[in-house]
Design a protein around this ligand. Structure first.
Ligand SMILES: [Zn+2]
Length: 264
C-alpha cells in the first residue's frame, strides 16, 4: 500500500519525467478513478496543452501542478504513477494516460481503484481538498508530534495512522517506527512519557529518511519489515518470535519482548 515513501517516489517520477513538459493528450481508459464528480472530458480539456510544473507531495497525496488547474492524486491501496514510452502498450490497470511532448507517457495505474484523481481548478481548491490533512510526517516537528499524540487518548498506532493528525504514515511505516521506538502499537497515547515520545520522534526521522531514499519501506534484514511476512519470523534485534495481531483495524506485527504490552 502506497505510503509517504512510495508517494515520494511517484513525486520524483513526476518531477523527472513530467516537469517542464507539455501535455499533448489525456486518455481516460477507466473513469472509475475520477473523483469529486470529475468527468473524463473535463480532465482532458483542463490538462491538454498544459505545462507540468513542480510537483508537491503532502502525506499520501501528490499534486500535479500546471500554470492553471492542478490534479491531485491519491494512490489508495494499489495505485502507482509510472513513466513509459507513449507507443508502449498500456498495462491492464493503466487508468489515465498523460502523453507528453517528448513522446513519453505518465500513467496512473491502479488495480483496485479505491482512490484516484481529483481536479482542482484553483489553488484554493487544492487547499480545500487537503484541508483535513495533518502536518506532513517528513517535516514533522517535535511540537507537532506532541500535538498529534495529545488530545483524546487512543491507541498509539491508531493515532499515528490518523492522516488528520500526521499525514503520510501507513501500516508498514507505523509498525517499523514503533518497533524502532520499542513501543507496543496498542500503547495508550495518554500514557506516553517524554522519553517515549522522544524515541518515536527519532525513530520516525530515521525510518522516513531511509524509506524515502528507497522509495518504499525497505525490507532490510535489520528491520522489522524484512521479517514481518516470513512464516515463523523472528525479531532481528533480539531473536524472539514476532507477534501478529489486529490493532487499529490493521494487520500488525511487533516484537513482544522489545515492545511489551501496556499494563492495564
Ligand atoms: Zn525483539
Amino acid at each position: 500500500m502506497p505510503e509517504l515513501a512510495d508517494v515520494e517516489e511517484y513525486r520524483r517520477v513526476l518531477d523527472r519525467c513530467g516537469r517542464g513538459h507539455r501535455v499533448t493528450r489525456v486518455e481516460v481508459t477507466d473513469a472509475g478513478v475520477l473523483r469529486g464528480g470529475l468527468r473524463a472530458r473535463r480532465l482532458r480539456d483542463a490538462l491538454t496543452g498544459a505545462r507540468i510544473g513542480r510537483p508537491e507531495r503532502h502525506g499520501k497525496w501528490l499534486v500535479l501542478h500546471t500554470g492553471g488547474p492542478a490534479v491531485l492524486l491519491h494512490f489508495g491501496m494499489t495505485g502507482q504513477l509510472v513513466s513509459a514510452p507513449a507507443d508502449e502498450r498500456p498495462a491492464a490497470h493503466d487508468r489515465v494516460l498523460f502523453t507528453l511532448d517528448d513522446g513519453r507517457q505518465l500513467r496512473f495505474r491502479d488495480q483496485r481503484k479505491l482512490k484516484g484523481l481529483w481536479l482542482a481548478p484553483t489553488p484554493g481548491e487544492v487547499d480545500r481538498l487537503l484541508a483535513d490533512q495533518g502536518p506532513d510526517a517528513l517535516s514533522l516537528t517535535r511540537e507537532q508530534l506532541d500535538a498529534a499524540l495529545g488530545g483524546r487518548p487512543r491507541q498509539l498506532k491508531a493515532a499515528l495512522l490518523d492522516q488528520s493528525r500526521i499525514a503520510g504514515l501507513g501500516n508498514l511505516l507505523t509498525d517499523e517506527v514503533l518497533w524502532h521506538a520499542r513501543l507496543h502499537p496498542a500503547h495508550r497515547t495518554d500514557r506516553l512519557d517524554r522519553a517515549a515520545t522522544g524515541r518515536i520522534s527519532r525513530s520516525l526521522k530515521q525510518v522516513l529518511r531511509i524509506s524515502v531514499r528507497a522509495g518504499r519501506v525497505p525490507p532490510r534484514g535489520s528491520w522489522l519489515t524484512g521479517h514481518r511476512d516470513e512464516p515463523g519470523g523472528t525479531c532481528p534485534r533480539c531473536g524472539h518470535a514476532l507477534a501478529h495481531g489486529r490493532i487499529a483495524g490493521r494487520g500488525t506485527v511487533w516484537c513482544p519482548r522489545d515492545q511489551p504490552a501496556p499494563a492495564g
